[in-house]
Design a protein around this ligand. Structure first.
Ligand SMILES: CC(C)(COP(=O)(O)OP(=O)(O)OC[C@H]1O[C@@H](n2cnc3c(N)ncnc32)[C@H](O)[C@@H]1OP(=O)(O)O)[C@@H](O)C(=O)NCCC(=O)NCCS
Length: 203
């Protein structure tokens, strides 16, 4: 019988040919310009270069960037950020390039933020989201976020009608069962990413 060592196994090379590698890491300062460009594509320009630089420098922020890893020119395709305030993780940013949505990358980013929040010993995670943003609301609910309130007319963009914000909370980040959930989600996300042809390092 022929033994299959990993590198010698044809199915290993077959697997590699269908996998695209991504890097998820704290945003390095040299990727700020790419982050601003992605922010403009996804969020209409939430933060400027100075805004991103502040997050990179702040010990109270976890700003993560997701970039393609297997081309000579890495491409920024996802961003996520939290602010640690007292015992709360305020999720201030979560975005995936429109061309890469619906493949599990948004949940990978949210998972990484929640793991970072738990790693800081925070107890709750919270955020505001547009009432009409069904994709994001469904994503947060999947990770145990609950509606705790609504801010009337919170989003006011010139030329557009004002829109309410939902306030979502996720409690229990310090509980042992949250660690178990993180592990379970990690496995589910990895499986979904694999099906979509992605592998994130480190994840
Ligand atoms: C919200 C966002 C980050 C999701 O990214 P994504 O990579 O498409 O998300 P995923 O593929 O990981 O999907 C995760 C879950 O989100 C929900 N979801 C994603 N797209 C959805 C859609 N079009 N409709 C309904 N639910 C959706 C589902 O619950 C999905 O889980 P499932 O695959 O088991 O059904 C992305 O749509 C985005 O960048 N939007 C613009 C920025 C934004 O609104 N950010 C949030 C501000 S609070």
């Amino acid at each position: 019988m022929i033994q299959c060592t990993v590198e010698g196994c044809p199915s290993f090379f077959h697997f590699l040919s269908f996998v695209n590698f991504l890097v998820l890491q704290p945003l390095p300062a040299e990727q700020i310009a790419a982050a601003v460009a992605l922010d403009q594509r996804c969020l209409g320009g939430l933060w400027t270069e100075n805004g991103y630089q502040r997050e990179v420098d702040s010990p109270n922020s976890d700003l993560l960037g997701l970039v393609t890893a297997d081309s000579t020119e890495p491409q920024m395709i996802g961003l996520a950020c939290l602010w640690a305030i007292l015992e709360e993780a305020h999720i201030t940013l979560l975005a995936v390039d429109p061309a890469y949505r619906g493949q599990g990358l948004g949940q990978a980013l949210l998972w990484a933020l929640l793991r970072a929040a738990a790693g800081r010993g925070l107890e709750w995670a919270t955020l505001e989201v547009r009432l009409s943003n069904q994709a994001a609301i469904a994503l947060y609910q999947k990770f145990g976020f609950e509606r705790v309130g609504q801010r009337r007319g919170y989003y006011q963009n010139q030329g557009e009608p004002a829109e309410d914000a939902l306030i979502l909370w996720r409690k229990g980040l310090r509980r042992p069962e949250f660690q178990a959930s993180l592990t379970q989600w990690q496995q589910q996300i990895q499986q979904q990413l694999r099906r979509s042809g992605w592998q994130i390092e480190p994840f």
